[in-house]
Write a protein that binds this ligand. Structure first.
Ligand code: CP
Ligand code: NVA
Length: 305
């Protein structure tokens, strides 16, 4: 499969068929890997990974994925690059793309990522910005497809902060036909442009009522109340106790509902331990699927060039 887009910055760049193609390829790659089959589809390819912020899953899944595909990944902390001494993002993009085939970056400001992509002839992948986290949603949709055997027509409830993960989730639901009910405290709504754009394709409902959002949901999702770019502010009082996913709230969802969280989780805040460790939780499969989904994504992006 060849993608029309050079970069993946939001998830909205992917056409519906491209998104479904990546998910299906990822499911096949996962199955193959468990049978010991791993094709060196990215032999001699190098991925540069720039991190302005900490990461466990993104870093390890990209590096492992590249290794499994026969390629190589470079972990570059932004503090150790000349960026730290004032070299511009534009010059960094132009330089790195002379060495590597692919760049993944985790940044504070989404605008920096756009600059990186604009100045890089090689594909750029968003490994999380203040506005979007598309790789997470590739893995999430893959997980939903594995568990529910379909995507279109399902009901997803997002409870908590309308953050970067939520913005990409809205795009993901719009492209795959999943109805999305979002419950946030007032002032914590997701990006208005994303909602406006996505509402053309699927029903996106916004409220301040977690119980209404999760009613009969097939999938219940939450994320931290305090994202990395909000670390200096104390926002938890605006969320607790109403916006916590606990067993009482899960009871309002469909009995076969699954619980998802991109991780890392703050147990006792956005989710209780009995839910995240409970029988409805699929968070470890979701974390694993970052590996498979990103492998499928990298292969698809590099087929284009
Ligand atoms: N979900 C996620 O992106 O995890 P990390 O911050 O550990 O990469
Ligand atoms: N919303 C969280 C996701 C972490 C993977 C953050 O930006 O910190």
């Amino acid at each position: 499969m060849k993608l029309k887009t050079k970069d993946l910055l939001t998830l909205n760049e992917l056409e519906k068929t491209e998104l479904m193609g990546i998910i299906d390829t990822a499911i096949k790659m996962k199955r193959d890997l468990k049978k010991g089959i791993s094709k060196p589809l990215l032999k001699n390819k190098t991925l540069a990974m720039i991190f302005q912020k900490p990461s466990t899953r993104t870093r390890v899944s990209f590096e492992t994925g590249m290794f499994q595909l026969g390629g190589h990944a470079l972990n570059l902390s932004a503090d150790e690059l000349q960026l730290k001494r004032g070299e511009t993002i534009e010059d960094t993009a132009k330089t790195l793309s002379r060495y590597v085939d692919l760049i993944m970056a985790r940044v504070y400001s989404h605008e920096e990522l756009e600059l990186l992509a604009k100045n890089s002839p090689v594909p750029v992948i968003n490994g999380l910005s203040d506005f979007f986290h598309p790789c997470q949603i590739l893995a999430d949709l893959m997980t939903v497809k594995e568990k529910k055997k379909k995507l279109a027509g399902l009901k997803l409830a997002w409870v908590g902060d309308g953050n970067n993960v939520c913005n990409s989730m809205i795009y993901g639901c719009a492209k795959t036909g999943i109805y999305i009910n979002i419950a946030t405290p007032k002032g914590y709504e997701p990006n208005q442009e994303v909602i406006k754009e996505s509402s053309k394709f699927v029903e996106v409902s916004l409220s301040n009522h977690p119980e209404t959002a999760v009613k009969d949901a097939d999938i219940v999702v939450t994320d931290t109340f305090v994202s990395i770019h909000h670390q200096t502010t104390d926002r938890t009082n605006d969320f607790l106790p109403r916006f916590q996913v606990n067993s009482n709230l899960m009871k309002k969802a469909d009995p076969s509902a699954i619980f998802m969280h991109c991780l890392p989780a703050k147990r006792g805040q956005e989710v209780t331990s009995d839910v995240i460790d409970g029988h409805q939780s699929v968070v470890w499969d979701e974390a694993e699927n970052r590996l498979h989904a990103q492998k499928a994504l990298m292969v698809a992006l590099l087929r284009r060039v």
